[in-house]
Design a protein around this ligand. Structure first.
Ligand code: IVH
Length: 712
């Protein structure tokens, strides 16, 4: 949290106040744009709130200063011109923020004071739940089908992000049968749910690992990554990133006759209904009937906070009863029945003792801050990532500086900023190295990348990183080969790359210091198991830039062996689900490059086969056919066979099946009720065959017909 301004006093006269208010408004607008539109804030939420509070204080003291468009009067806007917008069914508001425990007591006192009349007769019940630090999302379902997904926008209308919303884990395109039972009868035909979409911390860390390997700039933090992802135009990229959500609000939408079913009786009932629909709901919910109870739950949540796989910036305290909520009402900006309690930001001040350099398996050199150990969010922190030299220069971080470190969403803490006023004069900046710190080879910077790399594919750090990756759990999962032994083998010259592992002999291993027959046998057994790892794990093990576990799985599903994969063009790869042009390009250049090609050849020579476990018998025997090497897209319903059968037939004859039509598509097989893909094929001039034509081709090429096609 930023230091509170030393001087909380208000300006001496209205003129000074007017000038300060104008300056504050300009700053708030600037930071709002960075937060909502660019998803790249320069200041923390707490710092923003501090500015806003100051403006509120001025406007409270001099009401004539408040302008119509003052930022204290609305919720900001994430509206983005690239997306169509749609009015919200109900305003999508924000929440008032509190930072001090005493403000919770004031909130409860205010509630009791403001609740009068019939709603006062009901006892006050308050709920406490985590405030998810993500992006607000509204989703409408009509007759059990996802109809639209909307961002908050300016609170009155939001951006339509339906296709992206449909990729979120736990947000089905269709609700399971019987969904109506989640509502009191008669259930509404249409309803809206609201919640927060976010990137799980584990997901975020993995995405950044993949980006770092590819030399891409890391995503700044999970919240911004979520905002950017939700506003990505490429749906497959959105799916690949893997958004999650928690919903906390549900209400019926108007029926065709104009009537609207009543809201659920309380917030707790809303969460029950959301769960009954199978939508993701945060498991932490506590109920209190006074401020003391709320404080206890806040403390519990704060203690749990670090163990969660998502970022929370606080808790939300709400009045449970819907009748009481309605009685309390809302301002233009936020409901009066709820408040956000922001946890103190997890920041600490310490001295940066040194900057060391780390070389990863793709050769990327990362500067790391070596810190004077400091307690941060319950753990002692001694190191923090500095990402790259752009970041170092931007923040003007120097060895010897006093710095503010924080635990963002990333598991690794980061250096937020330098306390320049604490500089004594001896601090020194660290220029980007022109030689690799490990092997002293010249460093290189690829075009369009921020990362600096060691240019030597045989750099010991790169080799060690690759071997660790190859032996890792999601890859070959080699029992008995920890990082320590990898370094040991490398130092002794026993191995240089993964293929060499398979040449290690029992007598040699057993005779190594610290080794015996038992440990040798264990490693050899681990290596034997590695040969039988699934094809997808083997693809992942290759360490292709940008190919994580899920991309490897997609590749494994579409290509049965390394030869097919190597032969794929960037366009064909980009056509696969979850793989965009960038990844497609990376995969191709990996295999085309000398290094990738050699690694594959060496593994093959070592008897480590890069193939699907069981090859369909037909595949090996098919010669040149009308199907071979061509990419097919299936659309519409086929009468005589299932899609799976059609796909198997195409693949057996040497063709490939892709999910969407692009310039890389050779043939579209159009069944009954073919829709958008057929239109796209016409637009691009792609060859189109109907079912009869397709069957005729199958018959001539493979001597199969209709029903039996899948077995061919
Ligand atoms: S209730 C009328 N509950 O925080 C707004 N909001 O700062 C009622 N948020 O706009 C919102 N977790 O985007 C609510 N458990 C939670 C939340 C939550 C995150 C977001 C939401 C809201 C913003 C306010």
């Amino acid at each position: 949290m930023p230091d509170r301004p030393a001087d909380d006093r208000l300006p001496p006269d209205p003129a000074a106040a007017r000038a300060e208010a104008a300056a504050l408004r300009a700053q708030l607008r600037h930071h709002r744009h960075l937060y909502y539109v660019e998803a790249a804030p320069e200041i923390t939420d707490a710092e923003y709130d501090e500015l806003e509070r100051r403006l509120l204080a001025l406007e409270a003291r001099w009401p004539e200063l408040a302008t119509d468009d003052t930022p204290t009067g609305d919720v900001g806007s994430d509206a983005d011109a690239r997306f169509p917008s749609l009015p919200h069914s109900r305003p999508m508001l924000s929440l008032a923020n509190t930072y001090e425990p005493g403000e919770i007591d004031e909130f409860v006192t205010r509630l009791r004071r403001d609740l009068t009349g019939p709603s006062a007769a009901q006892p006050l019940r308050l709920t406490v739940e985590p405030k998810i630090d993500g992006v607000a999302l509204a989703v409408r379902y009509r007759d059990g089908r996802l109809e639209v997904g909307l961002t908050r926008g300016d609170g009155r209308s939001g951006d339509v992000v339906t296709a992206n919303a449909a990729t979120i884990a736990g947000v089905p395109a269709r609700l399971p049968d019987g969904w109506q039972a989640a509502f009191p009868s008669p259930s509404p035909h249409a309803f809206e749910v609201r919640g927060e979409t976010y990137l799980a911390l584990s997901r975020f860390a993995r995405l950044n690992d993949e980006r770092a390997e590819a030399g891409l700039e890391p995503l700044a933090n999970p919240r911004n990554a979520t905002a950017g992802t939700l506003k990505t135009l490429d749906v497959e990229e959105v799916r690949r990133r893997g958004l999650s959500a928690f919903f906390y609000q549900i209400f019926p939408l108007p029926e065709p006759d104009g009537e609207t079913a009543p809201d659920l009786p309380d917030h707790t009932a809303e969460l029950v209904a959301l769960r009954a629909l199978g939508l993701p709901v945060n498991p932490f919910l506590r109920v209190a009937d006074d401020a003391a109870g709320v404080h206890a739950h806040l403390a519990e949540l704060q203690a749990k906070r670090d163990g969660l796989d998502y970022q929370t910036d606080g808790a939300v305290v709400k009045v449970d009863s819907r009748a009481q909520q309605l009685a309390l009402g809302a301002t233009a900006k936020a409901p009066r029945w709820g408040v956000a309690y922001k946890f103190a930001a997890e920041e600490a001040t310490t001295v940066l003792r040194d900057i060391t350099l780390q070389v990863g398996r793709t050769g990327v050199i990362t500067p790391v801050a070596e810190l004077e150990p400091v307690l941060l969010a319950g753990t002692t922190v001694g190191r923090a990532t500095l990402h790259n030299w752009d970041e170092l220069e931007r923040k003007d971080i120097r060895v010897g500086d006093t710095v503010v470190v924080a635990k963002g969403g990333d598991i690794i803490p980061k250096v937020l900023r330098v306390l320049v006023e604490r500089r004594a004069g001896g601090e020194r900046p660290l220029p980007p190295p022109d030689r690799c710190p490990v092997c002293a080879s010249p460093t290189v910077r690829r075009e369009g990348e921020v990362a600096l790399r060691c240019g030597n594919a045989r750099c010991p750090a790169v080799m060690a990183g690759r071997l660790r990756h190859f032996a890792g759990r999601d890859a070959c999962d080699i029992d008995g080969l920890g990082g320590r032994w990898i370094d040991f083998f490398l130092e002794r010259g026993l191995v240089r790359d993964a293929a060499d592992l398979f040449a290690l002999r029992r007598e040699v291993l057993a005779g190594l210091p610290g080794w015996g027959e038992k440990s040798a046998d264990r490693l050899l057994a681990g290596l034997e198991r590695a040969r039988r790892r699934p094809w997808a794990a083997k693809i992942f093990a290759l360490g292709i830039p940008q190919v994580g576990v899920s991309t490897a799985l997609t590749l494994a599903r579409h290509y049965r062996g390394i030869d097919e994969l190597v032969a794929a063009t960037p366009g064909q790869l980009a056509d696969l689900p979850d793989i965009g042009p960038v990844v497609g390009e990376q995969v191709c250049s990996f295999f085309a490059g000398q290094d990738g090609g050699e690694r594959v050849a060496a593994l093959r020579a070592a008897g480590f086969f890069l193939e699907q476990e069981e090859l369909p018998p037909a595949a090996a025997t098919v010669g040149d056919t009308w199907f071979s090497g061509r990419t097919f897209v299936l659309t519409g319903t086929l009468e005589s066979m299932t899609r799976t059968q059609a796909r198997a037939a195409i693949e057996a004859l040497g063709g490939k099946v892709a999910g969407s039509v692009s310039r890389a598509t050779h043939v579209v097989v159009a069944g009954d009720k073919a829709g958008g893909k057929l239109d796209k094929a016409r637009e691009l001039g792609v060859e189109i065959v109907d079912e009869a034509g397709f069957r005729a081709r199958l018959a001539t090429e493979a001597g199969v017909s209709g029903d039996g096609a899948g077995d061919g």
